[in-house]
Design a protein around this ligand. Structure first.
Ligand code: FE
Ligand code: FE
Length: 182
């Protein structure tokens, strides 16, 4: 019997979750912290799942490392959203696909935001195209997932705290199974 979607997702975390996130935490720590922050802020299930899985593209995208080592952006948010689209609806994949755009948006709209970014995040911003232009800003605001993507982005920026104690991956199994079945 093939693995369930959730087993497949958890396997990706088992295989690659220990990878360095580029800050002082691993991929799995970052994912779990983002999901935890989403729950703490009362986010709906779809957005908790998006927070947990927003960097899913990093977990299976071997090409990503090649691209990044060559100074190109691997567009992990797009690869991740596409993979997750096999199992989840747009309310999950939409914010995932836009979490990099949300950073570019916030850099363009909040002067203090860019200054507060981590060094790694500021470096990747350049590869990702830098702050949005006025036109790109408007296009972003028209997306039905813009507000969720901005909320997700703030957890993304915060969820890098070494040794923070948060619930484990298994904690999210029922939520993910519900969403994948819907
Ligand atoms: Fe990301
Ligand atoms: Fe992230």
């Amino acid at each position: 019997m093939p693995d369930s979607p959730v087993d497949e997702i958890f396997q990706a975390f088992a295989d690659r979750g220990a990878d360095h996130y580029g800050e002082n935490v691993s991929q799995i720590e970052h994912a779990l912290q983002c999901a935890y922050l989403a729950v703490e802020e009362g986010a709906g299930d779809h957005l908790v799942a998006a927070a947990l899985l927003h960097d899913f593209g990093h977990l299976f995208e071997a090409r990503g490392e090649v691209a990044e080592s060559e100074g190109r952006d691997a567009r992990h948010e797009i690869h991740g959203a596409r993979a997750l689209g096999r199992w989840f609806g747009r309310d999950v994949t939409g914010p995932v696909a836009l979490h990099v755009a949300a950073k570019r948006y916030l850099c363009a709209t909040e002067p203090a935001y860019e200054e507060a970014l981590s060094a790694a995040s500021r470096l990747s911003l350049k590869l990702q195209g830098g702050p949005f232009t006025a036109e790109e800003r408007l296009a972003f605001e028209r997306s039905p997932f813009a507000a969720d993507a901005v909320r997700l982005r703030r957890w993304d920026d915060t969820g890098k705290i070494p040794d923070l104690a948060v619930p484990p991956l298994e904690h999210y199994r029922p939520l993910l199974e519900r969403l994948a079945a819907a």
